[in-house]
Design a protein. Sequence first.
Length: 483
Amino acid sequence: MLQYVSTKGGVAPVDFETAVLRGFAEDGGMYVPREIPQVSEEHLLEWSNLSFNDLAFEILSLYIDNSIIPSNELKALISKSTGTFSHPEIVPVVPLDKKSDHFVMELFHGPTLSFKDVAMGFLINTMDYLLARKGETASLLIATTGDTGPAAAYASCGKKTIDCWVLYPRGFISEEQERQMTTLGEPNVYAVAVENCSDGGDDLDVVIAQMFEDQELVENLRLSSVNSINWCRVMFQAIHYFYGYFRTVDKTGDSIVFSVPTGAFGNLFAGYLAREMGLPVQSFICANNRNATVHRVLETSRFSRKKLKQTPSNAIDIALPYNYWRFLYFVSGQDSEAIKSWMSDYQDQGYVAFDEAMMKGIKHGFCSVAVSDEDTLSTIAETYRADSYLLDPHGSVAVAAANALIPSFDPGTKVISLLTAHPAKFPDITRQALKCEGNLPSTGLHDSIEKVKDQFQQLRLCDCSKLKSALIHGMSEEKANNN
Ligand SMILES: Cc1ncc(COP(=O)(O)O)c(C=O)c1O
């Protein structure tokens, strides 16, 4: 049976069920599979025409033992999770303009209009299934830069086994994103607006990490995490790389490039995972905004901390891409000691310096661009003008980065830019980019967003400096009330 180990190497290996329900490993590391399952060329050929759900079943079966989730139950969990999507293909791929080899994959057809829905529905349905079987409950604690929170809140609605606490840095997310969490009216969903987060969502991650380090607290509050710390999220996101590949290449075996708007590196790690499994990816473009942490690693050989800047692509305003530790773990040859020492370097001195051998591994099949705010806005405007396609600011970062690097690839190289959110979540940015004051283009609107515009919002307010104690108090009180 495939086992999961911690990137810090300090806990005994666990099975899929434990890795999913715990979220964080007890030593503060992140769960990863002991070895990455391999997919042969024959498998790739067999999978090339599968529907999203059938492909998901094949890929997930490599990670989830039948004795933990039997095949028929796994299939049911997959269809329940993708059943909330409004597009029959779940994640359709379309050419950006009819003449080029630049495609976009629309990852925003889920219920809260961002790519987080792709894996979150499956993760929360799976947790609910496992918890109900054990007769247990869990409290999910989630920090969001705008899209994870709505996806988790929506997927948790009505679940008897789950309480969902979503924390967001007030003023750092769009009103539309906020309303997706605060208008649900579900008794098991708690939205917490956190004020005075100078480092945005990173401030919340720090508090959450502190709470998960306290094992007594984790037990008492039955805490779990569904941020992309949770293995299930990144594993599920590997599927859309396979799916996009099969829908785009002329023949199986050809290679491809993906451009990925990158914040916490969860989605990009999933791409790396797909490639390590055997998907022929020539290169990943790490599309950063001005908070260019990963771009700086490739440019300077240093993984360094810089003050967070607010940009039009707010969901990727992240200073510490925590899934990078998972990537570094595999690139270093699964060296937990190195991870521990790099994590303490990062904490103590604010950066990690890599040697030449490590940089060779880090750069293998990766390139990067740091897209400016101006280019994010002008790419929205130009793509709309030239291709009548309205991008959201995160998709725009991916497309801008791809446009910058396509001339350096061999002619005919197929490139897929991942579109991670629907533009209806960011009407102010669309207006700014298109320089229009009044009505938005119809593709910039969405019924689900319009519907909640005039509703009351239900939220709890808290100052960042008091967040930990407020959460402990509030969560304990709710638990007591519900028992
Ligand atoms: C719209 C959008 N695009 C891209 C990302 C970046 O994904 P990741 O954090 O997995 O790098 C996020 C979330 O952080 C997001 O919400």
